[in-house]
Design a protein around this ligand. Sequence first.
Ligand code: NAG
Ligand code: CU
Length: 232
Amino acid sequence: MFSKKLSFAVLLSLATSVLSHYTFPDLLVGGTNTGDWVNVRKTNNFNSQAPVTDVTSTDLRCYTSQTNAKASTATVAAGSTIGFQADGPIYHPGVINVYMAKAPNGDASSFDGSGNVWFKVYQMTAVANGQTITFPSASMTTVNFQIPKNLPSGQYLVRVEQIALHAASTFGGAQFYISCGQINVTGGGSGTPGPLVAIPGVYTGNEPGILINIYYPIPTTYIQPGPAVWSG
Ligand SMILES: *[C@@H]1O[C@H](CO)[C@@H](O)[C@H](O)[C@H]1NC(C)=O
Ligand SMILES: [Cu+2]
């Protein structure tokens, strides 16, 4: 009886670990979920939910090399809070970044996000206090952030990334869960967002916040990958 229960528990946990990947298919605008893959470009992993692990791949950008998806563009006010919603709990311990890039021709739908065009608008890092390291994003389902008030009006790609770190102790082990939304920012200002980075290009995979064993020895500090947040 006991061993039967035990093996069921083991099976259940294996099943859970297979099913526990996730995607970010939804945009939250004005507190409303606008639907799956409506304002977010449908990613290659819409079925498998499998992550990107090669930081040099073009799929690190929007993960749409197979779908070639475009989305419709949501209008949002500068200074307002929007978000991404995952299709399940953001299960793996890790950290979050949100980047934006302005469509140079004013049209987010036709913008591929190439070039030194991405700036960071939000991050949720790990908290290391010398004894423990914790990951505030773990088990959340939404990532909310503010569109900087001084951001110039216009159309942008907005890209969420959760970097899952449970297997990050070997090179290429960190898992990137990514998607790109399309937004039309209105009522903006005259700020100059930066620093600007290319995606891929922003990471080598050797960053101390990407190539890291989060279990042993327990890290006493954590360095968030990517540039500083531009808050306008
Ligand atoms: C973006 O917002 C501007 C200003 O409100 C509006 O004129 C334009 O039609 C919007 N474009 C899209 C694609 O929503
Ligand atoms: Cu997973």
